[in-house]
Design a protein around this ligand. Structure first.
Ligand code: A3P
Length: 305
């Protein structure tokens, strides 16, 4: 029996092997990123670029859509001009050909550009800081973030095999997953926020009060928009709407890469969903380890709402 062959941007995909990781300056990254690291490192940012940075599965897509809606003053037609991966260069990613690398994609794009990254603070191209670009960092509590990342590994063949949930959680705690340690990531960006043009936002706060947090982003972007536009942005960026929207739900990426039958990209979109995945003993051990790793941190996360 022959396997289904999918046509993705002119490329025939049937047996797409999962990608491997290789460390770059001590951080595990996808090997194609490691191969082209010099291009990422020397990427030339422009002063009107906006960088959206997150640990993977912390709410990147949500913030991308919020920012795009703000920049387009609530014009939905403009925001559905293309899927996420076309609208926002993902700076360190090298997708399958013929799609351009994140660096090439950004270079080909007209300003003002909104660029996505999952890199820890110390690895972002220095030009973003030299050019004093605005940066929005979204952080999500470790437990929900880990569960979401596990399901994402299962459906995304661009990442290594996750193994069992138990094995995955161990790798999350060890910091050996792609883009490294969650603990160091959220802390590194937290420490950087007072020295650079960084707005640090929590996923849980957006869930708790989306209008308030959208207003914070508007303020940061110097966007003075009336209440009816704020309302439109709030509705268009709700989980329910984004889950149905093919321009935000990644349904345009075909099954050999993203298999949405295993897990949807827009999965649950809630705070506290981790309780369905952590056993009591996993939770206890995780908390102990968390206290040790974050003992010196002032970062406070909401674990439920
Ligand atoms: P879950 O897997 O918990 O559902 P990223 O964009 O960084 O990959 O993050 C994906 C996570 O953000 C997924 O979490 C997804 O459902 C959630 N998400 C995306 N858009 C959202 C929205 N509008 N409201 C709430 N959660 C959202």
């Amino acid at each position: 029996m022959s396997a289904t062959v999918y046509d993705f941007q002119g490329l025939k995909l049937d047996n797409f092997e999962r990608l491997k990781l290789r460390p770059v300056e001590g951080i595990p990254l996808i090997e194609t990123t490691a191969d082209t690291w010099d291009q990422v490192k020397t990427f030339q940012a422009k002063s009107d670029d906006l960088l959206i940075a997150t640990y993977p599965r912390a709410g990147t897509t949500w913030m991308q859509e919020i920012v795009d809606m703000i920049n387009n003053k609530g014009n939905i037609e403009k925001c559905i001009r293309g899927p996420m991966h076309d609208r926002f260069p993902f700076i360190e990613i090298v997708p399958l050909p013929p799609s351009p690398s994140g660096v090439k994609h950004a270079e080909q794009m007209q300003s003002p550009r909104i660029i996505k990254t999952h890199l820890p603070f110390q690895l972002i191209p220095k030009s973003f800081l030299e050019e004093k670009c605005k940066i929005i960092y979204v952080a999500r509590n470790a437990k929900d973030n880990a569960v979401s990342y596990y399901h994402f590994h299962q459906m995304n063949r661009g990442l290594p095999e996750p193994g069992t949930w138990e094995e995955f959680l161990k790798k999350f705690q060890e910091g050996t997953l792609c883009w490294g340690s969650w603990y160091a990531h959220v802390q590194g960006w937290w420490d950087a926020k007072d020295h650079h043009n960084i707005l640090y936002i929590f996923y849980e706060d957006i869930k708790e009060s989306p209008r308030r947090e959208i207003q914070r982003v508007m303020q940061f972007l110097n966007a003075d928009l009336p209440d009816n536009i704020l309302e439109k942005i709030y509705q268009h960026t709700s989980f329910e709407f984004m889950k149905k929207n093919p321009m935000t739900n990644y349904s345009t990426i075909p099954p050999p890469i993203f298999d949405h039958t295993i897990s949807a990209f827009m999965r649950k979109g809630i705070v506290g969903g981790w309780k369905d995945s952590f056993s009591p003993s996993q939770n206890e051990a995780f908390d102990k380890d968390y206290m040790r790793k974050m003992a010196k941190s002032y970062l406070m996360f909401k674990w439920e709402l």
